[in-house]
Design a protein around this ligand. Structure first.
Ligand code: EPU
Length: 430
């Protein structure tokens, strides 16, 4: 079994290049099936989740050519099935984007109920409501969501909760519907805007993405395109918080600082210096961290995908902090692991009350999901002694070359798969 071995204590210092946004890439890879013409997508992060999406496009007959590690060419002219149920796509959440993409283009889709991180209930009622409003029939049979329509017709759709997934899915389904669709209470996350820009580059007519009202005028057809995915806000934020918890000095490069504003603001509040330039942000943690309160919210609020990372930092700050999770109801499972490292955190419902401690100590821990896993790695990097982190497959869903990027910043971290390798790591770093 693969694990990360970490010897903590080194401040992380240096520069790190941020890759393409995972959650934009998952939707854009699905949207590539909406034209017969070739689509070239650049800055696709090389992750197990994006690989699963690419395999799913192949499983329905698309031709996929990997033009480089981060560049993929997809030609959907040869699609021969509208059923997405291969094993890898069942494990990821992003596979549900085939519903909107295939329904929009072929007026039919059958997709296995999505997997993804176990962070709460994660219903898809708003996706279904949106498809139905466009005139599609939706039913769930034998583990598949089946949606079909004779014809899709634009409509006025009010989403009951702000949801990234439903906003993107309904937007994709509406792109080739007859007439105008208006999505109200839409999610405003940077990746919603990126998917809209991608679809517009294929000939769609989408306006207002990035605000809470998105207007889509149906077009008959989409065409091929060449498109570069935006940088990953959460990968960047994770390294920014890694600087804070290890008392380091990290410059995250190839980012859009505007997308990181809520993260930068919290880092400054807890005592870090944050310097922004055109496409980089530097975080310096020269002073002891101080407590604060934070509540996760849809963009431009503080992202739920950064909640474990800020909790790890607040666990090492002076005073008492309160973290409120308002998006997913079960996203504090990692707190038990952090407690094993010495944190003093009490969870009540969707709130964590954190009494800062002066240090964490290394322990054997498991990554319960993607973001919590990455946050626990940052805790291990700050901790005294060695930590062993299990279930790293979750972390590899969303962080490309994570140990390598951390090593380049001075971290003592290695992927090990045998007791012998672990012993070697102990000796080398001891
Ligand atoms: N919701 C509903 N009904 C729906 C859809 C969502 O009630 O039909 C609720 C959810 O239960 C949740 C809230 O609305 O309480 C927001 O859900 P959203 O649809 O925004 O989340 P998602 O599409 O399931 C995506 C990302 C998550 C990220 C969230 C929030 C992908 C594949 N996943 O999930 O990413 O946390 O948006 O920004 O894009 C991650 O990358 O680690 C990750 C979990």
């Amino acid at each position: 079994m693969e694990q990360y071995a970490v010897r903590g204590g080194n401040p992380l210092v240096g520069e790190v290049e941020i890759g393409g946004a995972k959650n934009a890439a998952l939707a854009i890879l699905a949207a590539a099936v909406m034209t017969d013409e070739p689509v070239i997508i650049d800055n696709v992060p090389d992750l197990s989740d994006t690989k699963a999406m690419i395999q799913a496009t192949e499983s329905i007959g698309c031709q996929v050519e990997q033009l480089g590690r981060h560049t993929v060419k997809i030609t959907a002219k040869t699609v021969n099935s509208l059923v997405v149920e291969d094993d890898s796509s069942k494990k990821i959440r992003g596979s549900y984007y085939f519903l909107g993409a295939l329904l929009g283009r072929y007026k039919r889709a059958e997709v296995a109920l999505p997997g993804g991180c176990n962070i709460g209930l994660r219903p898809i009622d708003q996706h279904i409501k949106g498809f139905r409003a466009l005139g599609a029939d939706v039913r769930i049979e034998h583990g598949l969501i089946i949606t079909e329509a004779e014809q899709l017709k634009g409509n006025h759709i009010y989403l009951d909760v702000v949801t990234v997934g439903a906003t993107i899915n309904v937007m994709m389904a509406a792109v080739m519907a007859e007439g105008q669709t208006i999505i109200e209470n839409a999610a405003k996350e940077p990746h919603v805007v990126d998917v809209a820009n991608f679809l517009n580059s294929m000939g769609a007519n989408i306006k207002g993405a990035g605000t809470d009202v998105i207007r889509i005028k149906g077009v008959h057809k989409l065409h091929g395109t060449e498109y570069t995915i935006i940088p990953d806000q959460i990968e960047a934020g994770t390294f920014m918080f890694a600087a804070a918890v290890t008392k380091g000095d990290i410059t995250v490069k190839n980012v859009i600082p505007k997308h990181l504003e809520s993260i930068s603001a919290k880092l400054m509040e807890i005592g870090c210096e944050v310097e922004e330039s055109d496409d980089a942000v530097r975080v310096v943690a020269a002073k002891p961290l101080t407590h604060t309160h934070v509540k996760t919210l849809p963009y431009p609020g503080f992202p739920t995908d950064m909640q474990p990372q800020i909790t790890v930092a607040l666990g090492l700050s002076t005073g008492t902090s309160i973290v409120t999770e308002s998006i997913f109801e079960n996203r504090f499972k990692y707190v038990d692991e952090l407690t094993r490292m010495g944190a003093n955190i009490k969870v009540e419902g969707n709130t964590a009350i954190i009494d800062g401690v002066s240090k964490y100590t290394g322990a054997s821990i498991s990554a319960p999901d993607l973001r919590a896993g990455a946050a626990l790695v940052t805790a291990a990097l700050a901790a005294e002694g060695i930590s062993i982190i299990d279930d790293i497959k979750f972390i590899e869903r969303g962080y490309e070359d994570f140990p390598h990027k951390l090593q380049m910043l001075g971290a003592q971290i290695e992927k090990v798969s045998t007791e012998r390798e672990l012993q070697k790591f102990r000796l080398k770093t001891g």
